[in-house]
Design a protein around this ligand. Structure first.
Ligand code: ZN
Length: 134
């Protein structure tokens, strides 16, 4: 039996994101370009509604590096977001190991960073449907 049953965690049920939060992700991704933008996602209930910048997160040309040991104990954090300046929304091998390490939902934003150019994945790297809500 697993020590923690993460499927029973309410954070496993996050299935939507506020439109203004998505807009913020795209604006930050654009302003960080050509480097990667990276942040944590916070949710209220089942809706992602906030970004949190993690101290020590390094954005680089190839990938944003998250320092999870800087993550405060915060049960509203549901996952990560980072940008792909290359323009593809598919998780790399490094992304997949990041997704497995922490979180329930992960967003990748891609060039040209409009409201359509993004995708969401679960901790196993499987695509998940995230509804955009007002
Ligand atoms: Zn990536």
């Amino acid at each position: 039996m697993p020590l923690f049953d993460f499927s029973k965690d309410p954070r496993a049920r996050v299935r939507s994101i506020k439109k203004r939060t998505l807009r913020m992700i795209m604006a930050a991704s654009k302003s960080q370009y050509p480097e990667e933008f990276g942040a944590m996602l916070r949710a209220e209930g089942e809706v992602i509604n906030e970004l949190m910048l993690l101290p020590g997160t390094i954005s680089g040309q190839t990938h944003a590096i998250f320092h999870f040991h800087n993550l405060p104990i915060d049960f509203t954090v549901v996952g990560t977001v980072h940008s792909h300046p290359s323009g593809d929304c598919y998780p790399s091998d490094a992304d997949l190991s990041l997704f497995r390490k922490y979180g329930w939902v992960h967003i990748i934003s891609a060039m040209p960073f409009d409201m359509e150019s993004w995708a969401a994945f679960d901790g196993a790297g499987q695509p998940v449907e995230l509804r955009v809500v007002d």
